[in-house]
Write a protein that binds this ligand. Structure first.
Ligand code: GDP
Ligand code: MG
Length: 315
């Protein structure tokens, strides 16, 4: 894979980035090389995570948001994580077609990726894929993920700034708030402001925010409508401004370190899994230890310790 600036030569960069992402996404033989070569602190993309339940209008909104960035002469990459059904394996929504209206622009790169049933609406490969995209030199990276609950915290760990999109009459606003979205939201986008129920949604959110810890920084609330094309310019402005605020305060550095640690954690877990799968005796041992645990002869902690003793012997 040849790392090329998308700004300098988008044609070659597009092809090489496509290959690099495929390698990482499918864990091909060259994925380690790709990840090492693209891992670079010098890259400076702004990474915006946009999350929310299916149907709230994320893709439509992102399509319009992209246009405002492109109009400003910026280069943009979008990584859309498809909500694959574990039953059909197919994507539920036609994200790719919806985003097609701006899909042919020279300064835009769009990629969709399957979440493969991973919790949090992102795949375990998402953070690495984002890092690869960064290496190809984009001003803006947008990551669209589906809100599924608690584990959305994952996206916060790979995006610099997380927007949570809600829309009226989805019955999801309270659900979303229960699922811990308040804690991960840097910004609440109340979309479909053109339909009735938008004011009630705003009241619900304000109420929920008022219940939260007063010490926490309250996320901003913004109303948008893709249908009426309102609020999108404001959204772009707020995203860029808030990014600068976090950057200036040092919060962005802290988030980037958190994200790297999160990826380290993922890597450790995957390696452990590999070791267990590699040594037959370990898998068998694990099964028998699980049985002891079910019978309450071993606590989960003691079971883990016992397995680790065996693991150390195999290393
Ligand atoms: N009334 C209204 N409908 C919208 C708006 N934005 C999107 N929609 C519709 O909501 C549906 C879901 O949109 P989509 O962008 O695919 O949502 P996603 O699943 O969150 O990505 C589509 O039928 C859109 O046409 C909006 O601002 N107002
Ligand atoms: Mg979508």
């Amino acid at each position: 894979v040849k790392i090329t600036s998308f700004k300098t030569n988008s044609k070659i960069a597009r092809r090489e980035l496509g290959r690099a992402l495929t390698a990482v996404e499918n864990d091909l033989d060259n994925s380690d090389v790709v990840i090492n070569e693209t891992f670079n602190s010098a890259t400076k993309s702004k990474i915006f995570g946009i999350t929310g339940a299916p149907g709230v209008g994320k893709s439509t909104l992102i399509d319009q948001l992209i246009k405002t960035f492109l109009d400003g002469g910026l280069t943009v990459a979008v990584l859309a994580i498809d909500p694959s059904s574990p039953f059909t394996g197919g994507a539920l929504l036609g994200d790719r077609t919806r985003m097609y209206s701006s899909g042919l622009h020279n300064n835009l790169f769009i990629r969709s990726s399957s979440s493969r049933g991973h919790l949090g609406g992102i795949s375990s490969k998402t953070p690495e894929m984002i890092k690869v995209i960064e290496a190809f030199d984009f001003d803006i990276i947008i990551v669209e993920t589906v809100g599924v609950g608690q584990a959305e915290l994952d996206i916060m760990k790979c995006a610099h700034f997380t927007s949570v999109v809600l829309s009226p009459n989805m019955g999801d606003s309270l659900q979303a708030l229960k699922a811990g979205l308040i804690e991960i939201a840097d910004l609440f986008v109340l979309n479909k402001a053109d339909i009735a129920g938008i004011n009630q949604l705003e009241k619900d959110i304000l109420f929920a925010l008022s219940l939260g810890q007063s010490t926490l920084k309250k996320p901003k609330i913004l109303k948008t409508s893709s249908t009426n094309q309102t609020g999108v310019l404001e959204l772009k402005k707020v995203l860029l401004e808030e990014y600068e605020v976090l950057n200036a305060s040092g919060e962005m550095d802290r988030r980037i370190k958190d994200s790297l640690n999160f990826q380290l954690e993922l890597g450790l877990r995957e390696n452990l899994k590999r070791i267990f799968n590699k040594f037959d005796s370990l898998s068998k041992k694990r099964s028998s230890i699980e049985e002891e645990m079910y019978k309450y002869k071993l606590s989960p902690r003691a079971a883990a310790n016992k397995l680790f003793k065996d693991l150390e012997k195999n290393l």
